[in-house]
Design a protein around this ligand. Structure first.
Ligand SMILES: *Cc1c(COP(=O)(O)O)cnc(C)c1O
Length: 397
């Protein structure tokens, strides 16, 4: 049997496994010291009451013959697609329900959408970036091409000069790990570039709920022309704490096509071949996010994470460290002080602060010398984390 060589070649998730190992070793050697993690890329929950109520109701329906739901539409229930379309439209990005495809979380389709392009094609990815897309390229026989995201550009790279030699580009704004946010004008340059060169733009809007400045775009479809070249991926994970409940969506506009082939129909065909859709109960829970109570409750949870991020920002300011993000994002991306490497700073922070973060190099070679802090989690734990960070930095002086 000939195994998938791209799959075999995936380097192990070395950085994240190594973080776990180093923390375990430290805790074993220092049983009296309680480690605080600022490395978590997960929400702390719980799901809000509006979502829980809707899911309870849906479970009861599933328990009665006359309200039972079997296989649903592969594309997702219309009731949820209507809510998502209305929310995007209200935000200045007009979208129709037929253009929305519900999935069990963004990660599934970030990879799956790459099936739209021919194996062997090249995909442009920022470095550093969310690692899942790079791995997905390799598994699917696509070649990831790296686009350096550097401090001088505030980690917001623009299209590379010269003729493009790739077929798709993945952008995430607000970004993970850097928290950097593209402006409207910058995204307009990307959209024009993608249209002029017939490049598929995959836009990851998972962190759009953290944007607090209305001048910043929360959807790529706020940009003229984007409907002809861009797929947008959204998620309920960070919006409403669905990381363990699983729901997201992809948007494929009517106008999106390549050489006369409409991508929306092609994707519908792909989905009917690959999935039987997302659980009815979960889709009912996701739809409840758009009720007035759901909107209030999810906004409150996001406001808490943003408050946490402000606490971490204040700590980084007090420690006189350079950092990005944290304003429209749960992540703060800091430069390791004193020229330390990502791992050097990791070890220092663990030893002198009992703190855990994520070494920047885990997001690509371009992340070396940087470090990601996450504002997800309990506010009092985050406050303690901020104090420890400031105290630890005294040892470097
Ligand atoms: C968390 C996250 C998502 C959401 O993923 P789900 O599969 O929906 O949980 C998408 N993109 C990025 C960059 C993320 O960090």
């Amino acid at each position: 049997m000939k195994l998938n060589s791209g799959l075999i070649a995936l380097e192990e998730d070395y950085v994240f496994a190594e973080v776990r190992q180093r923390v375990q070793r430290f805790s074993a050697q220092n049983p009296d010291r309680k480690v605080i993690s600022l490395g978590i890329g997960d929400v702390s929950g719980p799901l809000c009451r509006a979502v829980i109520r809707a899911m309870h109701r849906a479970v009861r329906e599933q328990g009665r013959r006359r309200s039972f739901h079997g296989y649903g539409p592969e594309q997702g229930y219309l009731f949820l697609r209507q809510q998502i379309a209305a929310a995007l439209t209200a935000a200045g990005a007009p979208v129709q329900p037929r253009e929305i495809f519900i999935n069990d979380g963004a990660k599934t389709d970030l990879g799956g959408l790459l099936d739209l392009i021919e194996p062997g094609s090249r995909v442009l990815l920022c470095d550093p970036t969310y690692p899942a897309v790079r791995d997905d390229c390799r598994i699917r026989g696509l070649e990831p091409v790296s686009l350096p995201a550097v401090e001088a550009d505030d980690f917001l790279p623009m299209p590379p000069p010269g003729d493009p030699d790739f077929d798709a580009v993945y952008l995430c704004s607000p970004g993970n790990p850097t928290g950097a946010v593209y402006s409207r004008d910058q995204l307009a340059v990307w959209v024009d570039y993608a249209r002029a060169n017939e490049i598929l733009l995959l836009f990851d809007a998972a962190y759009a709920p953290f944007l607090s400045d209305p001048a910043l775009p929360r959807s790529i479809y706020e940009i003229p022309g984007a409907r002809c070249c861009a797929v947008e991926i959204g998620s309920f994970s960070k919006l409403a704490g669905f990381t363990g409940t699983r729901c997201g969506y992809a948007v494929l506009p009517n106008e999106l096509s390549s050489r006369g082939i409409p991508l929306q129909a092609l994707w519908a065909r792909h989905q009917s071949a690959r999935t039987n859709g997302v659980s009815y109960v979960v889709q009912c829970g996701a739809a409840a996010v758009y009720t007035p109570a759901g909107q209030r409750q999810t906004a409150k949870a996001i406001a808490q994470v943003k408050e946490n991020a402000a606490v971490l920002s204040a700590a980084l300011d007090a420690a006189d460290l350079s950092y990005w993000g944290g304003e429209h994002s749960p992540y703060l991306w800091m430069k390791c002080p004193r020229g330390l490497s990502s791992w050097g700073f990791f070890d220092f922070l663990l030893e002198y602060g009992g703190l855990v973060g994520t070494p920047g190099i885990g997001f690509g070679p371009g992340g070396e010398g940087y470090f990601r802090l996450s504002a997800f989690g309990d506010p009092s734990r985050l406050r303690e984390g901020g104090l420890r960070l400031v105290r630890a930095m005294d040892y470097l002086r």
